[in-house]
Design a protein around this ligand. Structure first.
Ligand code: GEK
Length: 239
């Protein structure tokens, strides 16, 4: 795994993009920046075991290097389903394709596409693992409705996001704890500050209440939080 040193030197910070440089260090970056990421990825395998149905499709939307796809594939109990891993960063999908090829398992179609354009059909499980937060606010409901409309009865969506807190004290506490987490993982004050300014116009968090209400409005019959670590949550919504 290549260490993430992207923001270790003083630089003119520009908006964050998922380019070659990020793809090269992404595994290290996300593990050291997103508390609970590895647990969530592991548990996606358990979700796959629970929700993937015969003759259905599984979607990893914003797949990056394919960690969620690999976890789900490793625990599929039905082998007559098709997996789709989609990301609009070519640097990510090239590496994702290689990673998937390194392990045995059912077929996965990896494509370099915008998740807003994916033709979702007969989904039994879809995953948005820290991806929805990068879409413009105005596009989020439409994507969730597309997923809900094309999810089979009993199928699910797992949505992981960084959330915003309305209560200033709660926001401050979670911010402090996240900062401590990043420092404990070896990021310097400079790295943390530069990454924060690179991401602030790119990753737009919303409150948990907004997420849960929008999932219900999209057509899921239930939506509940199953994991939280500081401001990082994962929600399961069932059709
Ligand atoms: C994991 N799920 O390891 N269309 C397609 N992909 C997009 C779009 C879009 N409109 N916007 C952003 N992305 C992964 C981690 S990372 C999370 C997901 C993070 C992609 C983007 O290229 C990147 O690969 C991914 O969403 C977000 O389980 O970096 O915090």
């Amino acid at each position: 795994m290549t260490a993430d040193t992207l923001y270790s030197k003083q630089q003119n910070v520009v908006d964050f993009v998922f380019d070659e440089n990020v793809a090269n260090v992404f595994t290290d970056m996300i593990r050291r920046s997103v508390p609970g990421y590895e647990n969530i990825v592991t548990m996606l395998g358990v979700f796959a075991e629970q929700y993937v149905q015969q003759n259905s499709n599984v979607y990893d939307l914003g797949c990056s290097l394919g960690a969620a796809t690999l976890s789900m594939r490793s625990r599929l109990t039905h082998h007559n389903c098709q997996m789709y891993a989609v990301d609009n960063s070519q640097a990510m999908t090239e590496r994702c394709q290689q990673n998937i090829g390194l392990q045995q398992g059912p077929g996965v179609t990896v494509s370099c596409d915008d998740i807003r354009d994916v033709d979702i059909q007969s989904a039994s499980l879809s995953v948005l693992n820290f991806t929805l937060q990068f879409l413009p606010l105005t596009d989020r409901a439409k994507l969730l409705k597309n997923i809900a409309d094309n999810t089979l009865p009993g199928g699910a969506l797992v949505l992981s996001e960084k959330i915003k807190f309305e209560n200033p004290a709660e926001a401050q506490l979670n911010e402090t704890l996240h900062l401590a987490f990043k420092k404990a993982n070896g990021y310097s004050e400079l790295e943390i500050a530069q990454k924060r300014s690179a991401i602030e116009n790119v990753l737009i968090p919303e409150t948990l209440a907004v997420h849960l209400q929008r999932l219900k409005a999209a057509g899921f019959s239930s939506a509940q939080i199953w994991f939280q670590c500081y401001s990082f949550v994962s929600i399961v919504a069932v059709k």
